[in-house]
Design a protein around this ligand. Sequence first.
Ligand code: SAM
Length: 232
Amino acid sequence: MVSQGKGGGGSRNLTVKLRTAKGRKVGSTRWLQRQLNDPYVEEAKRRGYRSRAAFKLTEIDDRYRFLKPGMIVLDLGAAPGGWSQIAAELVGSAEGRGQVLAVDLSPIEPLPGVEVLTQDVSAEDAPAAIRAALKGGRADVVLSDMAAPATGHRSTDHLRVVALVEAALDLAEDVLKPGGTFLAKVFQGGAGGELVARLKRSFAKVHHVKPKASRKESPEVYVLATGFRGGA
Ligand code: SAM
């Protein structure tokens, strides 16, 4: 995992400070400064991962071990592809074992062991298109790191988050095999009472996870639901 330790003298430990250049907003300067000083960004680049988000999935899987060789994984909101890269490594899809199907509104550049479907998950034709692309029409694991761009309007953003999680869960309930796993980004407040109650009805266990690689100031949290009760 990525070390965040101080001292030691590697370039990783140097803090880059930026002045607000003319024409650059304070917010974007802060974003750039955070990127430049983020050990996960540097490590993702070094290992050839498409996103720092790759470390969140690695961390959650290190703890709960739900991604196994030969599994079929559906990755919703997969662009640019960090989670799919991790899933492909763990199931062995580049060596012909299992399958990783990456779905996103945005196109994803080809990745070894990853099949791509450019698709809006909330669209009416999504379930049929996804089932058709999955081997045997079923999955062992459904991942969703989906997030819609924030509008800044709190209740609109909240409704969008809930709608995306519900769309992911609808798909998971449609394609998961018995005993399957569902992991989704929910944001604080996103996994409200109703969603948790639904997850508890459909799965044997429900955990809330905040991986270290998730920025402390970010409201994102993940729900991990294991032991799907349906799908027979
Ligand atoms: N897990 C990814 C990785 O490791 O590279 C990062 C995912 S990014 C935080 C969220 C993604 O959700 C975006 O690429 C966005 O296009 C996608 N998304 C949002 N709404 C979607 C929808 N309705 N259907 C499909 N993808 C969606």
